[in-house]
Design a protein around this ligand. Structure first.
Ligand code: LLP
Length: 413
């Protein structure tokens, strides 16, 4: 695996200069490196080797079909969070039995679709959802495989917006209500409780809370199995963090060491739902400098043709992404604000960054944007969704063309 490196003073992906790609696709564009995804998958898979496990890629991180086909080819399953993500998984070739369906507020139509398909598990969020799902399954004369999403009230030490396993968060059923609910699920003719599910949050760098969640679920599994509920799996969700600052991300081996002892005692199959870890470092967002300005008393601004419409993370979470010139020019670096073209001050991709000289037309790359990048893009300001490119085995191809203005107005009267 090579990935994104500077070669002869120019950013390249494997052997392909990013400039060459951008010249053909235009900007903004996302570029993904297949080898990085394969390598991340292999590392994570190896950490759990020796224990029965399955990886269900969290489609919310990146559901571009070419990426999904690649991940499926590695033997992973899918974690879908909406009807649209189920559809994406199916179109990418995942079998229903490889899909788990999670999400707060699943609609009746979404649930019914998952029931009809016969997915590996629908992760139930509440008593009410259990009842509705039971009704849908009975109407179809089937028993649907379900897991109970438990809220363990554990702080994953990450950004509050992406923390999901605290009592005050909307996700799952508080753990002390889980045993009676699981017993009642087992009594419902339409439901087959096969698993327990938890997801603490995202961009988690400290594996200790993940270990605690595994122990909490293992304890719950023992309790309800003693009460006669047959279980097959424990699903620990996603959450492994990556090194956005280029230092060290979460360590898969440490993650496995933190969760496996408790899971092993149950003998249940382990499911994990990694999203970011598999794809974030494998992607960059490339934009061009559209303007520069520096007036006394104001910061130096580098204005790109890419902004919060292409990459929302900095505006939404004050997320940090490294930003580099694709072909750095000679000269001293100075602090600047790297901003987008939208009519919002929050449209800042990089605050107070040291960047060398840049000129209008230069290419700039925002790193580690393969996860929660394109999927969170929008048409705000009537901007068109960017193109996406996959670099694989030394070659590259456009896997999603840039939206056209025709696309933009297609659904309107
Ligand atoms: N499973 C469930 C049930 C989830 O809710 C999530 C993410 C994942 C798995 C995957 O988590 P990961 O391995 O990617 O951390 N937009 C935010 C991240 C939101 C994550 C939501 N849930 C961001 O850009 O940081």
């Amino acid at each position: 695996m090579v990935g994104f490196t500077f070669r002869g003073g120019r950013l390249a992906c494997d052997d392909v200069p990013v400039e060459d790609i951008a010249r053909e696709t235009g900007t903004p564009a996302y570029i993904y490196h297949a080898g990085s995804i394969r390598a991340a998958h292999a590392t994570l898979d190896a950490a759990f080797a020796g224990y029965p496990h399955a990886m269900h890629f969290a489609l919310k991180a990146n559901s571009t079909l070419a990426i999904l086909r690649l991940v499926r080819g590695l033997g992973a399953g899918a974690d879908a969070n909406s009807g649209g993500e189920i559809e994406a998984a199916l179109r990418a070739g995942f079998e229903p039995a490889q899909i788990v369906f999670t999400g707060v507020g699943k609609t009746r139509d979404e649930l019914d679709r998952a029931v009809a398909l016969g997915v590996r598990a629908i992760n139930i969020e509440s008593d009410g959802e259990a009842e509705r799902l039971d009704g849908l399954a009975r109407a179809r004369g089937v028993k649907v495989r379900v897991a109970l999403r438990v809220n363990p009230d554990i702080d994953p030490n990450t950004h509050a917006h992406i923390s999901t396993g605290l009592r005050v968060n909307k996700f799952g059923v508080p753990i002390e209500f889980a045993p009676p609910l699981l017993r009642s699920l087992a009594r419902r003719p339409g439901l087959d409780p096969v698993g327990l599910h938890v997801h603490l949050g995202s961009q988690i760098l400290d594996v200790e809370p993940l270990g605690r969640a595994a122990r909490a679920l293992a304890g719950l599994a023992r309790e309800v199995r003693d009460a006669g509920v047959r279980l097959e799996h424990i699903d620990l969700g996603g959450g492994l963090g990556v090194a956005y600052d280029g230092t060290t991300g979460a360590d898969p081996a440490a993650y496995a060491a933190a969760v496996l002892p408790a899971v092993r005692e149950t003998g249940l199959t382990l499911l994990i739902e990694p999203g970011r870890f598999l794809v974030a470092p494998a992607g960059i967002l490339v934009g061009r400098v559209a303007d520069t300005k520096a007036y006394p008393g104001s910061p130096r601004f580098v204005v790109l043709d890419a902004g919060m419409t292409e990459l929302l993370r900095p505006a939404l979470y004050e997320a940090y992404h490294r930003i580099v010139a694709v072909t750095p020019r000679e000269g001293p670096a100075s602090p600047c604000e790297i901003v987008g073209p939208l009519c919002e001050t929050s449209d800042t991709l990089g605050h107070d960054r040291a960047l060398g000289p840049v000129e209008v037309g230069d290419l700039i790359a925002v790193l580690d944007t393969g996860a929660y990048g394109f999927v969170m893009a929008s048409n705000y300001n009537r901007r068109r969704m960017p193109a996406e490119v996959l670099v694989d085995a030394g070659g590259w191809r456009i896997v999603r063309r840039r939206q056209t203005y025709e696309d933009l107005f297609r659904n309107e009267e």
